[in-house]
Ligand binder design. Structure first.
Ligand code: CA
Ligand code: CA
Length: 205
């Protein structure tokens, strides 16, 4: 397969206009969380789409131990892009202290089908099937907002196999979700700022 070029739509988050959006509550250190009710329980993708209806909202990225203690449901941690390579919904890699919060024996990728993470009754992470229905927790993720994040330019996409594309553009922390593709951000050794498209998925993540 030769090199191909494509146009990809990128969702860009907009700045928050108030401290916590309607329905969100203040968490530790000026964070904002939405704790879904039991009646709102949903699978991982549905939960994520629900969180994304709030500007800058996403399934929660747990950044401190205090935040982990604060939430008791499904956050935005997953290994959907690359098996065993856990990342948060903002494309950040899991950190050592976060990994230590997996329950004993987890993650175990039971039946090679557990790619989403939930929090068990003991407040520890477990990997579980993404189709599982959980209460979830959204968070407003504040980031520095750069002009180029609004209008990422110079997309280049090439096929690297029948199943994978490689896309590159001006590096931006924001643009980890190309609609219709599952993407991981690889700042790698040397900080090349590559965005690697691992898989085509049926619906925007
Ligand atoms: Ca997995
Ligand atoms: Ca598991």
């Amino acid at each position: 397969m030769g090199t191909t070029e494509d146009t990809i739509s990128v969702k860009t988050l907009s700045p928050a206009e108030q401290y916590c959006p309607n329905g969100y509550i203040e968490g530790p250190d000026f964070t904002c969380f939405y704790l879904a009710l039991a009646s709102e329980a949903a699978n991982w993708q549905e939960a994520r789409r629900s969180c994304e209806r709030t500007p800058m909202g996403d399934l929660a990225v747990v950044e401190t131990q205090a935040e982990l203690s604060f939430i008791q449901s499904q956050p935005g941690l997953n290994d959907l892009a690359v098996e065993g390579d856990f990342q948060w919904s903002d494309c950040q890699d899991i950190l050592a202290w976060q990994r230590l919060n997996f329950a004993p024996g987890e993650p175990d990728d039971t039946d090679e089908s557990q790619n989403c993470v939930a929090i068990n009754a003991n407040g520890r992470f477990i990997d579980t099937q993404c189709s599982g229905v959980w209460q979830y927790v959204c968070k407003v993720v504040e980031k520095d907002y750069l002009f180029e994040d609004q209008f990422p330019t110079s997309f280049r996409v090439e096929a690297v196999s029948a199943l994978a594309l490689r896309a590159t553009w001006v590096a931006s922390e924001y643009n980890c979700d190309l609609l219709g593709y599952k993407v991981r951000y690889n700042d790698g050794i040397g900080g090349s700022g590559e965005v690697v498209v691992d898989d085509r998925i049926a619906a925007p993540c």
